[in-house]
Write a new protein. Sequence first.
Length: 610
Amino acid sequence: MPTASDILKQYFGYDRFRPGQGELVDAILSGRDTLGIMPTGAGKSVCYQVPALLLPGLTLVISPLISLMKDQVGALIEAGVPAACVNSAMSAESMHDVLALAAQGGYKLLYVAPERLTAPAFLAFARRVPVSMVTVDEAHCISQWGQDFRPSYLKILDFLAALPARPRVSAFTATATAAVRDDIVRALGLRDPFVLTTGFDRPNLYFAVERPSSKPNALLRLLAARAGKSGIVYCATRKAVDDVCDLLLAKNLPATRYHAGLSAEERQANQDAFLYDTKPIMVATNAFGMGIDKSNVSFVIHYNMPKDMESYYQEAGRAGRDGEPADCILLYSPQDVQTAQFLIEHSREAGEDADPQARQAQLARDYERLRCMTAYAVTTDCLRQYILRYFGEDAPRPCGHCGNCDADFEPVDATMDARKVLSCVYRLDERGLHFGQVVVAAVLTGGKSEQIKKFRLDTLSTYGIMRGQTAAGVRRLIDALLARDCLRADPARYNALFLTAAGNALMRGRDTFVIQMPRAKKPARGDARTPPAENEALFERLRALRASLAQQAHVPPYVIFSNATLADMAARQPDSHAALLAVRGVGEAKARRYGDAFLEAIRAYRRGQA
Ligand code: ADP
Ligand code: ZN
């Protein structure tokens, strides 16, 4: 009887489980219900795929998206695992065939959409065959508190109850606050589950925030430094996607686009172009990505700030799934906050008829999430530390490996300037006036705008007391005050600024306010990165070989081998099948199928070297 580690090696080509994977696999094999909460890219799939190969009967995997299922099944088949899926896009005939083969034990894993579970034909099938495990992927979709609630997930409980014997249930998700986690356990009826949350840290991701004066220029500069790499540029709106994609195309960059305004065919074609690396740059709204398991995404640039950290970390986390260094860069501008507010206010329309109190509470939660996201965008502290703390993890030390840790900041005592800003807000409040940061900064720097004339703001005692400083500089200071909760912006009143208790104390001289200011500009780490020079030529050869094999097999290149695997192969230069199997990510099925081609390429390369 092979062990779980044997299976991991044999089918997936990995020598050891990552932290958390082994525990989950053991819990599943011992017969327990399990819930695994792991960040994107941590490797959830093998946690149920390995047990599925060891358990006697069939494992049903409930998965929300057809594209996700197809990808997973395609990758499993490549790895030599008998797997299939049933979904609404199939003809009745082929569905019948798949189920018939499954009933004869032809598959170890069968992927199914939640809508299908309670269809009579499927139910009859599931009652007839020995189901060892039901796995629920993207389990947060069952929670009404989560961002991706899917009513059809609620049917899972009925489905389990309808089976002659209850199989063990395993559930997986990348996002789960405590409330969502409890919801998953309850709504799936998990029994005394083994719950494991692995660290949210993704050490190979490099986080950075920029606040460029021109986003288009900043983006072009970032892309120029990453020529030949694959990445995603996320924008907040369809229009922004179109504008940015057109800009890149005008500069002859290999970009494509994805948003809900495109036809289904175009979306599919563009997605494929990205997956197959014919267009390695994808410009998209957040509609793109769920179920995209492309492993060689080496950067995710946010052209706009998302509306919460959950979305940001999930989207950014699509970079570097292959474990290679990857960059997650947010291009922030204060305008993004308004766009996010607009999206929050208009995203709840479906819940419009919900009870107004519940809606109010929901809005308040959304605004609080947005506030935390904005604080990330403007903080000068360690970005990784900020992220980990947000998700409830200890992060005692700055990471030493993010844009802020690398930036050359120096502490500057800004207490006097901070007091000027706070007094200005205070004086406005005395007159019953509340304005956002643009107007407040204009008053302080002695500006002459319409508003200033109309409300006679030039008669305030704080008018012009920061003359000589730029309005942008003052707004930066206001951001810092917002981030430390000395000021609050009221989203229901066009982000008018209000003094908080902490702000009041600071204004009255009971505190000091120290901020980190950039000393000099260093190039971001990602811009200066050099390729692994020594084996670069071999790596490129192997990559070209992979591309042609992928084309023949009609699969995306990374399904054959990830970049990390090719890099390891280039470093080790195996000269036999046995040596090839020692390469990280080479399992038996792939060694059989592709081994000769790669070994030959390596031999040819070495002959050329000699
Ligand atoms: P998730 O679903 O958690 O986002 P995946 O299951 O897609 O992540 O796995 C992410 C990547 O990590 C894949 O390329 C996968 O092959 C790889 N991976 C998974 N487990 C291991 C392991 N034990 N060792 C090395 N790589 C692994
Ligand atoms: Zn850091």
